[in-house]
Design a protein around this ligand. Sequence first.
Ligand code: SUG
Length: 416
Amino acid sequence: MAIREINFDGIVGPSHNYAGLSLGNLASARNAGETSYPRAAALQGLAKMRSNIALGLLQGLFVPPPRPAADWLAALGTSIGAADPVIAANAMSASAMWAANAATVSPAPDTADRRCHLTVANLKTMPHRSLEWPDTLAQLQVAFAAPGFAVHPPVPVAFGDEGAANHMRLAAGHGEPGVEIFVYGVSGGPFPARQHVEASRAVARLHQLDRQRTFFGAQSEEVIAAGAFHNDVVAVANERVLFAHELAFADQAALIDFCAARVRDFDYVEVAAADVPLADAIRSYLFNAQLVTPPDGVMTLVAPTECRDTPSVKAWIDRHLAGNGAIRRVDYVDVRQSMANGGGPACLRLRVACDPGEVDPRFLADEAKLDRLERLVGEQWPAELEPGAIQAPAMIEQIASARRALLDGLDLGQLA
Ligand code: SUG
């Protein structure tokens, strides 16, 4: 079995909007009520996929769930036309685009039964995100239907689980046994801690991980209070490299010792607060980059353009590249529409290290498919969406028909 890393990006849905729904996500709060540009947002996402393919990486995709979330509205005794504006905004959210929160993934070399395990996240902390899991589960069951996968439903909602955004894997190579790091929140001061340790422990048990190679560590309260609502806002791992902000973890020494003892040639790249203040790291999303190893072996950080535009961050990157650091190349991508809701390049993708031949090919992307998707998005996605228009019948109809066209275009009508 040839295991490769595939990044599955969530296609930005046609209802992409700025409703300020995520307490503790500073970008979401800052841009609440702004006009959004769903077509540009989806095209930016497709362009990111294209540039990752150009690096030689394997690329996958997920489709957006139906919006409005009609069943949820019905369970609340209302409908999209009649709902209060905030309830309507929850039901229209395109937040499933941030595929890093779709599920937690443990590749086959780490699990006792040698299957690749995926547990769908319940995302219970934010109402709009709690609507995602049934459609995500249905989609993952189609994409990963082969016997080499085990797709689990979410852990009970008593315990908040936000998926791979709070999970890192370190291994000498993607196909080798690794260590899995679960990062949870205890307290975030004024903001909610979205990943509960009980959920992380449940996922590790469901995935049949080796206890000796599994680590549970807390986010520092300080980072959550500063706006790092998920660990992937302040840390990212790839193969034997962990790249993190100095203030990311409550007890970073324990984490580093654990990895150093178990990962061959473990390399910890730490960014000091004196070089990049936490506020700059969070605003630029330096750590919400995709840290990847393309076939040329040059470890690459796929970072948002905001990093290039933030002086302390740009200076750190340039110094690191000029030195002999682990990250050898930086590829800047424009995902500003997603960034304005607190979702960077890494939020938009779910990493699955697996045998690509076992994935339903309808969820794999190549240049030709991206060409077709760009045309479809250009024709079907709303160019702009003002907050006041979110309940307008014509807009609702355009959003629904755009999604239908996408499913038809990908031969995924069964997810309608
Ligand atoms: O859950 N934003 C998302 C961003 C998720 C980013 N994902 C990772 N870090 N992996 C969130 O806070 C904003 C929606 C709004 O306000 O309209 C939102 O849901």
